[in-house]
Design a protein around this ligand. Structure first.
Ligand code: PMP
Length: 422
């Protein structure tokens, strides 16, 4: 509670000097001063761009302002920042070596652990980023089937390579020539796209639920998932699950294990090494020879430190019942926010699994209220996002939650004042 009072008291005295200075220097030596998500759609001015430190569910910006972290580095941090068991494993491996002429023994240890943890997996390969993993899944599916066409949900994010980037600058129509699109949860649209692909259908790519940036989230309809599986079985195409964002947040066995639908290939990154740079492609035996035939690699893809961190992460996720902890904190957050919205008589949509929620205001198509809410929450010490789902880590304590709700309470009040002034 003391922390919470301090954060609110500090809200009006937050410094921005170091952040402003870094932004000015960055503008000279980094195109646009920033690239990626935070340049495509800039965050409200109250957001710092540069961060200094993280511990548990707390992060500090370069000016020393602190926040409860509800973005978790956009997903990679699942157990909390600087998790002792993970950092200890990473340090122990780093003391031996990280990047060598060949992989360390940890590569086999990790592949075995993933194969025994994720139900559909018979084998594993590793890379660095989610885009590496989704791209490799498509390449493997094409190599295995000898076909070209991949179907993806319209508007879904699968990475930043030319075939999937949401921003077309620098890409060509040829980059997407072998893609077809369907609507998430709409099997008729998948059938129509599959029919167009005909004999050339290599794969259907799908995310565990619809988490497109800026839109209310939509859970998967289990019947839709089963139909995708049946369609792939009938056509010989690969079912690819993009578990990059959800992996190890919803279920340790893969995000569709609870609904009983196994993909052929799955793409992983973000949370698998609690913030260390690692991605994985997992697959079943039907796609093993395709995986063996493709040439995929990178200078840092065999680095041992992130693999050691991943082994410790999976162990800690299990031993600390981390998914249950995220659900508990996520439920408390959802209930608190629903209560506050009702108190301020504001209509909100709070969508997605509780450990990956997203909040919008009814009818707020231009994000005016969402931006105002997020800016005020951040000013009061809760780091949320106006256009991207949030991430609840397993490190959230009751005090962290109190601080978040104190900040969101101020943010709802600001929205109410804004609407009242109209
Ligand atoms: N797929 C999904 C579902 C993602 O959320 C992301 C990253 N936001 C990616 C792929 C790409 O991952 P990365 O940014 O690590 O390349």
């Amino acid at each position: 509670m003391a922390d919470q009072r301090n954060a609110l008291a500090d809200a009006d005295t937050r410094q921005r000097t170091a952040d402003t200075g870094l932004r000015e220097r960055a503008a000279a030596v980094i195109p646009g001063g920033m690239y990626g998500h935070q340049s495509a759609v800039p965050l409200p001015a109250q957001y710092p761009q540069f961060m200094r430190e993280g511990r548990g569910a707390r992060v500090w910006d370069v000016d020393g302002n602190s926040y409860v972290d509800l973005m978790c580095s956009y997903g990679p941090v699942v157990l909390g920042h600087q998790h002792p068991r993970v950092e200890q494993a990473a340090r122990a491996q780093a003391a031996l070596a990280d990047c060598q002429n060949g992989p360390g023994a940890v590569m086999v240890d990790l592949a075995e652990l993933l194969v025994s943890t994720v139900r559909h997996a018979d084998w594993a390969m590793f890379a660095k980023n989610g885009t590496d993993a989704t791209t490799a899944c498509c390449t493997i599916a094409r190599a295995q089937t000898g076909r070209a066409k991949i179907l993806a949900a319209r508007g879904a994010y699968h990475g930043a390579a030319p075939w999937c980037t949401p921003r077309p600058a620098g890409t060509t129509a040829a980059d997407r020539a072998n893609l077809g699109y369907y609507e998430f949860n709409d099997i008729a649209s998948v059938r129509a796209a599959a029919e167009q692909a005909g004999e050339d259908l290599a794969a259907i790519l799908v995310s565990p639920f619809k988490h497109d940036a800026g839109f209310d989230q939509e859970l998967v309809d289990a019947a839709f998932a089963r139909e995708l599986r049946a369609l792939c079985d009938a056509s010989g195409a690969a079912l690819i699950l993009d578990d990059v964002r959800c992996g190890f947040r919803l279920h340790l066995g893969g995000s569709w294990e609870p609904i009983g639908v196994d993909p052929d290939l799955s793409a992983w990154s973000k949370a698998i090494a609690n913030g260390h740079a690692l991605a994985a492609v997992l697959g079943n035996d039907a796609f093993r020879s395709g995986a063996q035939s493709v040439f995929v690699t990178g200078s840092f893809w065999f680095s041992a430190v992130p693999m050691a961190a991943a082994i410790a992460t999976i162990g800690a996720l299990r031993d600390e019942a981390a998914i249950e902890a995220m659900e508990r904190a996520g439920n408390a957050l959802r209930d608190g926010i629903a209560r506050q919205a009702a108190e301020w008589d504001l209509a909100i949509n709070y969508t997605g699994p509780v450990q990956m929620p997203y909040l919008t205001f009814a009818g707020d198509t231009g994000y005016e209220l969402g931006n105002l809410f997020a800016a005020e929450a951040v000013r009061c010490g809760a780091y949320i996002h106006p256009r991207h789902n949030w991430f609840v880590s397993a490190a959230m304590t009751d005090d962290d939650l109190d601080q978040v709700l104190a900040a969101t309470g101020e943010a709802f009040a600001a929205v109410r004042r804004h609407l009242g002034n109209r």
